[in-house]
Design a protein around this ligand. Structure first.
Ligand code: ADP
Ligand code: ZN
Ligand code: ZN
Length: 707
C-alpha cells in the first residue's frame, strides 16, 4: 500500500453541520497547499482547497477511519500563499469559516465541472497575443494628473486620490496600470468599481488602451452579472497570469492574482464595496490588507472619500506629526478648465404645497430642453408611490409579511413589497371598507416621469420636436442588456430628460448633461444612521458631477454654467451648504469632529450582532443571553468593548421573520477582534439552550455600514 498523507481541506460545510474549519482526508500522494481537490462529504462529493498536510505517515493509525480524497483538479495550479493568507484573514476578521470564504471566492463553476469538462475549458486556445512594441495612445496628462502619477510611482502608499468629478482620475488609473505592467511582464493589476453597470464602460476604456500592446485576452472582468462560464474563464485567466488586468466589483478582491502589483478602488466611498450577506467583508478594506501582504500598491479614488479613508490620509501637523497611514493626493480641477456645477437651492417652505417640480426648476429644465441640452432628475425611490391609502378608513398598503408598505407600481398596476417581493394587483376598492377612494401618497421615479411628461408636453427641442423623457431604475433595467441600451441612448443624445435613482448618479461620463436636480433629498437628513449625511453628500456630489463634464461642449453651448438643483425644506442644512461650495474637506472636518466627540467610527470600531427569529422576544432574548454569557465567562477584550442592549431593526420584520440587533463598540480594533473570536463558541453554546427555540439564525457584521 502506498504511504498515506493526511491533508487538511477547506470546504464549504453548512454552519449547522458542526464541522470545524478544516476536514482531514487521506491522500496517496503529497499535495501542496492550495491544491484544488474533490472530496467526499456526507453523501456528496464537493470541491475543497488543501490548506495544509501532515508528513507522509505510511499507513493510517490503527482504527483510524479517514476518507480518501476523490480527485485532484489537475491543470489548475495550486492557489498561492498570499491568496490563502487573504482568505484566512477575511475569515477570521469577519467571523466566518475558512471554507465558506475560500469556496465563495472561487468561481461557482469550479464546483460543478467534472475533471474532463474542466480539462476541456483549460484547453481552449488562447486569443492572439498583443505586440509589446506597440505604442499606446498617449494622452498628455494635466499637471495635477502628472503630479499624482509621479507620487504614486515614487511612494509606497496606500494612496487616496482625492479628485473632483471629471478631474481625470480614470486617466491616472490607466497610466499607473500601464507603468506597472510595462515594468514587469508577469505583473497584474486589479481595478475595482462599485457597480456592475460601470464595468462595461471601464472595460471599453481599458481594452481600447491596452489590447494593442498586451492582447485582447489581457483585460478580463469579474462580477456577478456574468454567466458562470464567463466567470470561470476570467478567473482562470487571472489565476494563470494570462490576464494582466482584472476589472470587477467587490468580489474581484478575492481573485487569484499571482502577479498582483497594483490595486485600484474607484469610488472607494461607495457602500456597495461592503458585502451584505455571508461573510460581510469590505472589499476596500481587504484591498488595503491584500496590497500590504502581497506587495502591491493600493490606490483609493474618490471625489468624496469615506470619512475613514479621509481620516487615515490626514497630512501631518505640528499636533499630529505622524499624520495618517495613507498618502493623500489632490486633483481639484476639472479637465479642460471645466467648471463644477453651480448649486441652486429651492426653499420648499416658500413653494406651493405638494409641488414636485417647483416653478424655477421647471423653467430651468425647459430652457435646457429648448437649447438641446440634457437634464438629469434624481429621486432615490422607484415605483409610482411608496404607499396607497384609503381616504375613508385610513387603510394603508402594508405588506402582510413585513413591517413595510407595499409600493404602488402604476405601469403594471401592482403593489409590490421591495423587501420580500410579495406582489398583488392594485385593489379597485379599499380591502377594508370597500371605498373606491384610494389615493397614493408620496412619489417615486415612475410618477416623476409621468408628471414631467405632462409638464413638458408643450416644450420643443431646437429642431421643433417634442422633449424626450426616459427613466432608468431597477425596474426599467431588469432585462439583460436593458441598462446598456438605455445608457447608450442617453450618451447618443436620444434623451432630453433622464429620471432615475442613484443608479444614474454614479460614475458615468455623460457629455451633454448641463443640469442635475435632486427633487426630494430631505429623507436622509434626519435618519437615525450616523452615516446618512455622509452618504447623502457623496451621492449629491456624484450626481452633480454628471453635469458639465465636457468643457468644450459647455463653451459651444454658449458658456452658461451647468447647475445642480436641490429642492429642500432645509436648504440651510450643513450638507447643502457644503454642496454649494463643493467643499468636501470642510464637510469632512465638521463630520469628523462630531464623530470624534461622540466616539464613533473612524475613532471607534463597531460590530453588529443580528438575530432573526419567529418573534421579536426570542430574537432579543438570544442577544441578551449571549451578552450575559460573555460577561459570565469574562471574555478577553470585554473591558474595552461596550455591548449595547438589543433593539429591533428599523424594518423589524421581513418575510415574517423578526429581526433584532445589538451594537458592539470599542476604541480598539484588536480588543474587539479578540472579544468576537472568543465569543463565537459562547454564542453557539447559548443557542443550543432550549430557551432560544425559534431562533432562526444569528450573524455578525464587523465594521457595519448601516446601523
Ligand atoms: P473622473 O474619473 O475623475 O470623473 P474621467 O477620468 O472620467 O474623470 O475624465 C473626465 C473626462 O476627461 C474623460 O472624458 C476623459 O477622457 C477626459 N480626460 C481625462 N484626462 C485627460 C487629459 N489629460 N487630457 C484630455 N482629456 C482628458
Ligand atoms: Zn377604507
Ligand atoms: Zn414584504
Amino acid at each position: 500500500m502506498p504511504p498515506t498523507t493526511i491533508v487538511h481541506v477547506a470546504l464549504h460545510a453548512p454552519s449547522h453541520s458542526g464541522v470545524g474549519d478544516l476536514l482531514s482526508y487521506a491522500s496517496p500522494e503529497a499535495l501542496p497547499p492550495g491544491t484544488l481537490v474533490r472530496v467526499p462529504f456526507g453523501t456528496r462529493e464537493v470541491l475543497g482547497v488543501v490548506w495544509d498536510s501532515d508528513e507522509a505517515t505510511g499507513e493510517l493509525p490503527e482504527g483510524a477511519t479517514m476518507r480518501a480524497i476523490a480527485g485532484v483538479l489537475a491543470g489548475v495550479a495550486p492557489l498561492d500563499a498570499p491568496w490563502r493568507r487573504l482568505v484566512g484573514f477575511a475569515a477570521r476578521y469577519y467571523q466566518r469559516s475558512l471554507g465558506e470564504v475560500a469556496l465563495a471566492a472561487l468561481p461557482p463553476q469550479l464546483r460543478d465541472l467534472g475533471p474532463e469538462q474542466l480539462a476541456r475549458r483549460l484547453r481552449r486556445p488562447a486569443a492572439p497575443v498583443g505586440d509589446t512594441s506597440q505604442d499606446l495612445p498617449t494622452v498628455a496628462l494635466t499637471p495635477e494628473q502628472e503630479s499624482a502619477r509621479a507620487l504614486i510611482a515614487a511612494e509606497k502608499g496606500p494612496f487616496v486620490l482625492f479628485g473632483s468629478t471629471g478631474s481625470g482620475k480614470t486617466e491616472v488609473y490607466l497610466r499607473c496600470v500601464q507603468e506597472v505592467l510595462d515594468a514587469d511582464p508577469s505583473a497584474q493589476a486589479l481595478v475595482m468599481v462599485p457597480e456592475i453597470n460601470l464595468t462595461p464602460q471601464l472595460e471599453e476604456r481599458f481594452t481600447a488602451r491596452f489590447a494593442p500592446r498586451f492582447g485582447a485576452q489581457a483585460v478580463v472582468s469579474l462580477h456577478s452579472g456574468m454567466t458562470n462560464p464567463q466567470r470561470l474563464k476570467s478567473w482562470l485567466a487571472a489565476h494563470s497570469g494570462t490576464a494582466r488586468i482584472v476589472l470587477g466589483t467587490r468580489m474581484a478582491v478575492f481573485a487569484s492574482l499571482p502577479g498582483l502589483r497594483l490595486i485600484i478602488v474607484d469610488e472607494e466611498h461607495d457602500p456597495s464595496y461592503k458585502q451584505q450577506e455571508g461573510a460581510r467583508y469590505s472589499a476596500r478594506d481587504l484591498a488595503i490588507w491584500r496590497g500590504r501582504e502581497q506587495g502591491a500598491k493600493v490606490l483609493l479614488g474618490s471625489a468624496t472619500p469615506s470619512l475613514e479613508s479621509w481620516h487615515a490620509s490626514r497630512p501631518p501637523t505640528p499636533e499630529d506629526p505622524e499624520g495618517g497611514r495613507y498618502l493623500r493626493l489632490h486633483m481639484p480641477s476639472r479637465i479642460g478648465a471645466g467648471q463644477l456645477p453651480r448649486v441652486r437651492r429651492v426653499d420648499m417652505n416658500q413653494q406651493p404645497r405638494r409641488a414636485v417640480f417647483t416653478a424655477p426648476l421647471l423653467a430651468a429644465i425647459t430652457e435646457r430642453v429648448q437649447r438641446g441640452e440634457q437634464s438629469m432628475i434624481l429621486l432615490n425611490r422607484r415605483g409610482y408611490a411608496p404607499v396607497l391609502h384609503c381616504a375613508d378608513c385610513g387603510w394603508k398598503s402594508d405588506c402582510p409579511h413585513c413591517s413595510a408598505h407595499q409600493v404602488f407600481h402604476k405601469t403594471d398596476r401592482t403593489l409590490r413589497c421591495h423587501h420580500c417581493g410579495y406582489t398583488v394587483r392594485v385593489p379597485r376598492h379599499c380591502p377594508t371598507c370597500g371605498s373606491p377612494d384610494i389615493l397614493s401618497m408620496g412619489r417615486g421615479t415612475e410618477q416623476l416621469e409621468e408628471q414631467l411628461g405632462g409638464l413638458l408636453s408643450e416644450v420643443l427641442r431646437p429642431d421643433g420636436s417634442p422633449a424626450r423623457i426616459a427613466r432608468i431604475d431597477a425596474d426599467t433595467t431588469k432585462a439583460k442588456g436593458a441598462l446598456e441600451s438605455q445608457l447608450a441612448q442617453v450618451h447618443s443624445g436620444e434623451v432630453d430628460v433622464l429620471v432615475g435613482t442613484q443608479m444614474i448618479a454614479k460614475g458615468h461620463d455623460f457629455r451633454r448633461i448641463t443640469l442635475v436636480a435632486a427633487v426630494q433629498p430631505d429623507g436622509a437628513l434626519f435618519s437615525s444612521d450616523f452615516r446618512a449625511a455622509e452618504r447623502l453628500f457623496a451621492l449629491l456630489m456624484q450626481a452633480g458631477g454628471r453635469a458639465g463634464r465636457d468643457a468644450a461642449y459647455m463653451a459651444a453651448q454658449g458658456g452658461a454654467p451647468c447647475e445642480m438643483w436641490v429642492q429642500s425644506f432645509h436648504p440651510q442644512h450643513a450638507v447643502f451648504e457644503a454642496l454649494r461650495t463643493h467643499d468636501y474637506p470642510a464637510f469632512a472636518a465638521q463630520q469628523l469632529q462630531e464623530r470624534q466627540e461622540a466616539g464613533m467610527p473612524p475613532f471607534a470600531y463597531q460590530a453588529l450582532v443580528r438575530a432573526d427569529a419567529r418573534t421579536q422576544e426570542v430574537a432579543q432574548g438570544f442577544l441578551t443571553a449571549a451578552s450575559a454569557a460573555a460577561r459570565e465567562h469574562g471574555l478577553p477584550g470585554l473591558d474595552h468593548v461596550t455591548l449595547y442592549p438589543p433593539v429591533p431593526l428599523t424594518i423589524q420584520r421581513i418575510a415574517n421573520v423578526e429581526r433584532a440587533q445589538m451594537l458592539l463598540e470599542s476604541p480598539s480594533r484588536a480588543a474587539l477582534q479578540r472579544f468576537l473570536a472568543t465569543w463565537q463558541p459562547v454564542m453557539q453554546a447559548t443557542r443550543s439552550d432550549p430557551a432560544h427555540k425559534g431562533l432562526i439564525r444569528w450573524l455578525v457584521d464587523v465594521d457595519p455600514l448601516a446601523i
